[in-house]
Ligand binder design. Sequence first.
Ligand SMILES: CC(=O)N[C@H]1[C@@H](O[C@@H]2[C@H](O)[C@H](O)[C@@H](O)[C@H](O)[C@H]2O)O[C@H](CO)[C@@H](O)[C@@H]1O
Ligand SMILES: [Zn+2]
Length: 285
Amino acid sequence: MTELPARRLLLVHAHPDDESINNGATMAAYSAQGAHVTLVTCTLGERGEVIPPGLAHLSGAALGEYRLGELTEAMRALGVDDFRLLGGPGRYCDSGMMGLPDNDDPHCFWQADVDEAAGYLLDVIREVRPQVLVTYDENGGYGHPDHIQAHRVAMRAAELAVEAGVPIEKVYWNRVPRSVGEQAFDRLRDALPDLPFTKTAVLDDVPGVVDDERITTVVDGTAHTAAKLAAMAAHATQIEVSGEYFVLSNELAQPVFTTEYYELVRGERSGTPETDLFAGIGDPR
Ligand SMILES: CC(=O)N[C@H]1[C@@H](O[C@@H]2[C@H](O)[C@H](O)[C@@H](O)[C@H](O)[C@H]2O)O[C@H](CO)[C@@H](O)[C@@H]1O
Ligand SMILES: [Zn+2]
């Protein structure tokens, strides 16, 4: 087996598109620096809405298959070649938005046994031995069942990794500092007349918004803006991009963040703020 690069980052996401929205610039930056970036996606988003009218016929497994193709294209844009589905293709399906009958589908991720799903993730951790793990907060960023479950599975796998002797040194949650979000939405409202969008979301629609004090780490990915925008645009069933703004199928415009923010929740902080997810990690072998 070829030896992996010294620095190894693992990201756990719920659906194809979350990785590009939350961490596209970070993933592109670390890939470009020669770190090994591994993405684990927990479902194929089979219950998503579809934006382009020409693709509106896609649903269920066919939509899932199509979104896997979008994910592949997005990873090409970010320079990431290690991306996997938790438990293998089709193991868990999209659970739908919170409160829908879809949540009761026995095959959906929301119904997964957390320890079993964490075991699948531990298999990846044993193989890759990441020093850094990125996932969502306990609310999944915005309360979607698959996002909440991705958090639970990732955090459980991090616990199991300690017991298995392959501990992950640093665990981060995706965040957006409130002041940065407010300024970005001010710019969006000024730009809206020149965009193909008519309405904006509100800041609290953005996953992971917290008071600035909770931000521990700031990754400046602005050099990778084009890659992040291309990756988001690759998820065309879910995202429409215009300039540095985007809408999901709800047609509510949001800003694209190319400086990406994190809260360190496990491990030693090394800097105020840290500017590198691997800050303070010794010889990474
Ligand atoms: C970004 C994200 O997590 N998207 C999920 C989400 O999709 C949203 C959902 O369809 C909602 O009803 C729309 O208003 C919103 O615009 C969508 O982004 O939930 C989907 C179903 O679980 C999921 O497939 C999609 O990836
Ligand atoms: Zn999602």
